[in-house]
Design a protein around this ligand. Structure first.
Ligand code: T3D
Length: 265
């Protein structure tokens, strides 16, 4: 796995793979290079069997300030309008790589998380926010619609009414409020963010990884299915889960009154 990135820091600690967006001087605003590096790292993590949980976070005081607006500014100033669909396709590749990751992905959010950076966090499986978090769908403030999958994930997380309010008003949402409305799973004191995230990531990394992959597939695909189709899918995925080594191991552990040791297989 390549680790010599310029705008992304990589840490591989046992089975936990942590990616930190790393442009702290500009609050981790995402430029072309960071987007390329993030995508490469996420795609590599998907294929690496030694990685069983991925954490996405930001270096410095912020999670991330969205798209690097100096890149937009240069495009406007040079009268060379951005090719929006080409540009967005790069973000879409990242969003899909996160969503299709065959292991859990956690976003650990401190400080500002706005625009596309927030929507990248919304594509992760679990979000832990610090109590200093300021989450904002900042798109409308710069005359844009929410992209990076926000139109899909936001209403599914918080309901349509709240999603519209959040996107139209584009106001800061605190970590505590984000927890209350289901935008993040947990809000913890800033001093606890790292410890809480590591403990959760370690726990997930020691779990039945293949089963987690199947659980993710069931939940995400069911969002767009009716009950009958979801029950059908559930049957197919349970058949796959039933044949995993971790399922056999956990039944054996129960019968022999010992703790199960999951291999992820
Ligand atoms: O490309 C696509 O189609 C994808 C979609 C993209 C759209 C979006 O992502 S919408 C959101 C875009 N982001 C923003 O609108 C946020 C702009 N930044 C701010 O409003 C403020 O910086 C914050 C409220 C986030 C934080 O304020 P504060 O006072 O804590 O920090 P600051 O001093 O404003 O920022 C620190 C530095 O980061 C500063 O640089 P300087 O003056 O010290 O040299 C600032 O310019 C820079 N910075 C912050 N955000 C960005 C940025 N530089 C480039 N792009 C940014 N987005």
């Amino acid at each position: 796995m390549r680790t010599d990135f310029q705008n992304v820091l990589i840490e591989h600690d046992e089975s936990v793979f942590t990616l930190s967006m790393n442009r702290p001087d500009v609050l981790n605003a995402i430029n072309t290079l960071m987007l390329e590096e993030l995508t490469k790292a996420v795609e590599a993590a998907a294929d690496d069997e030694t990685i069983r949980c991925v954490v996405l976070t930001g270096a410095g005081r912020a999670f991330g300030a969205g798209q690097d607006l100096t890149e937009f500014g240069s495009a406007h100033a040079g009268n060379q309008p951005l090719n929006v669909s080409e540009h967005l396709a790069k973000y879409h590749r990242l969003i899909l790589a996160i969503r299709h990751m065959p292991k859990p992905v956690i976003a650990a959010i401190q400080g500002v998380a706005t625009g596309i950076t927030l929507n990248i966090a919304l594509s992760c499986d679990i979000r832990i926010a610090a109590d200093n978090a300021r989450l904002r769908e900042g798109f409308a403030l710069i005359g844009l619609v929410p992209d990076g999958g926000g139109g899909y994930t936001l209403p599914r997380l918080v309901g349509l009414g709240r999603a519209l309010e959040i996107a139209l008003l584009a106001e800061d949402i605190s970590g505590a409020e984000a927890e209350r409305i289901g935008l993040v799973n947990r809000c913890v004191p800033l001093s606890e963010l790292d410890r809480t995230t590591r403990a959760l990531a370690k726990r997930l990394a020691n779990g039945p990884t293949r089963t987690y992959e199947l659980i993710k597939e069931l939940m995400y695909k069911s969002l767009d299915m009716d009950l009958q189709a979801s029950l059908h899918l559930e049957g197919q995925l349970q058949e796959a889960a039933y044949t995993t080594a971790d399922h056999r191991e956990s039944v054996d552990a129960f019968l022999h009154k010992r703790a199960a040791k999951f291999t992820g297989k």
